[in-house]
Design a binder for this molecule. Structure first.
Ligand SMILES: Nc1nc2c(ncn2[C@@H]2O[C@H](COP(=O)(O)OP(=O)(O)OP(=O)(O)O)[C@@H](O)[C@H]2O)c(=O)[nH]1
Ligand SMILES: [Mg+2]
Length: 366
């Protein structure tokens, strides 16, 4: 028998292993006719707590096995981390399938950016036909009814695929109007493939465990720190001017320095989760203080770790008005008035992408 929340096989023997439920609770639940959840799902669902860090890290290899399951693919992404969740390595495994893109968490984007603009931008980024791209929020229900109708029209079986924490399980709960599958702020919540029946539509959507990545800022954090970084509300916007000899920190992991040149003073916006500390200072102070500020004044990281434990790189960019520099698993810099020359210092593993702006240059008043 499988856990209704995460799909893993239930067992009553190994208290620290996946799928554990005590024999007593199992028997009580079965005799009451209530859904049976493993201990881990129970505490995530009812207390928002992760009792045991799961040790099932799902990779592309696991995904290949799930792809044998059936049908079209629902490729689920997180709009607040577009480039971090739009993955060439996953998509290259999907070439034999028809892929429909669900851009989830649209509720996290600034109100000033209109839904239609987001859609046009996303289609341009994804380079796929418009009909294959759906915007959604599993949280506030945006786009769920039309996605339901779309799925009904286009097939009978789908597999929801994507990296951890993009909201695959939340999306399926929204579509089935239930809360049966466990969702949580911790990455790696779903442990096995579980079919979800959309009864009225006569279709089945398979939920799958998220693929773990290694090039997002969030990947440098412990599981509980990752849950803190995940935005709870719309991304925050910080508007700044770029002067030479000045440095901006986006948390402890990302240092942005204006490159001393003849550019006129540029203006940029940072879009980041509310838990990221943003701080502007003189570059000389930044040099002196970064180590001691890392993880205390500058978060993330939220719990003790040393800057010297990581390998760092520095990349230089010249950005024009309207362009953005996206930092995987964190947020992005939007150039409101360019050109801007900057250097970004960050951990070697984290990927940056220059992209056309999701946010138009004249969107915000200063
Ligand atoms: N703001 C917002 N948060 C969302 C949305 N959908 C999901 N979330 C949150 O994102 C987190 C992860 O959601 P899950 O549904 O567990 O994500 P998942 O992709 O199934 O994750 P794994 O099972 O770990 O692969 C939870 O805290 C959800 O509440 C959304 O549309 N908007
Ligand atoms: Mg899940």
């Amino acid at each position: 028998m499988k856990c209704k929340g995460c799909g893993v096989e239930l067992q009553t023997v190994d208290e620290t292993g996946p799928g554990y439920i005590s024999e007593k609770v199992l028997n009580e639940r079965l005799s009451d006719g209530r859904p049976v959840l493993c201990k881990r799902c129970f505490s995530m669902k009812h207390y928002g707590r992760l009792d045991a860090e799961n040790n099932l890290v799902h990779s592309l290899e696991n995904l290949k096995a799930y792809l044998k399951t059936t049908g079209d693919i629902l490729y689920v992404m997180d709009l607040s981390d577009f480039n971090g969740t739009f993955r060439g390595d996953i998509l290259s495994l999907l070439t034999d399938h028809r892929v429909h893109y669900v851009l989830n968490k649209v509720d996290l984007l600034p109100l000033e950016v209109k839904i239609e603009e987001i859609k046009i931008w996303a289609i341009d980024m994804l380079k796929v036909p418009e009909r294959r791209v759906r915007l959604a929020s599993s949280l506030n229900g945006y786009g769920i009814n039309s996605l339901y109708a779309y799925l009904k029209e286009n097939g009978e079986n789908y597999t929801a695929v994507g990296v951890t924490n993009v909201g695959k399980s939340s999306l399926l709960n929204a579509l089935t109007r239930s809360s049966e599958i466990t969702v949580s702020r911790f990455p790696g919540t779903t442990l096995e493939v579980t079919p979800q029946r959309l009864e009225r539509a006569g279709i089945t959507v398979y939920d799958t465990p998220g693929v773990f990545t290694s090039d997002r800022v969030s990947d440098l954090l412990s599981v509980s720190d990752q849950s803190v970084l995940l935005p709870r509300k719309k991304l925050e916007r910080y508007t700044m001017q770029f002067h030479s000899e000045r440095t901006v920190f986006a948390g402890g992991f990302v240092r942005i320095d204006a490159v001393n040149n003849s550019d006129p003073v540029g203006i940029f916006h940072l879009f980041m989760p509310e838990s990221v500390s943003i701080h502007e200072t003189n570059s000389s102070i930044a040099d002196a203080q970064w180590d001691s500020w890392f993880g205390s004044f500058l978060k993330p990281p939220f719990t003790g770790s040393a800057r010297s434990a990581l390998t760092w790189k520095r990349e230089r960019y010249s950005l024009k008005t309207g362009q953005e520099l996206h930092v995987n698993g964190l947020g992005w810099i939007n150039i409101a008035k360019g050109p801007v020359s900057l250097s970004v210092t960050l951990p070697e593993s984290v990927r940056l992408t220059v992209r056309k702006g999701l946010v138009g240059p004249k969107k915000f008043k200063r």
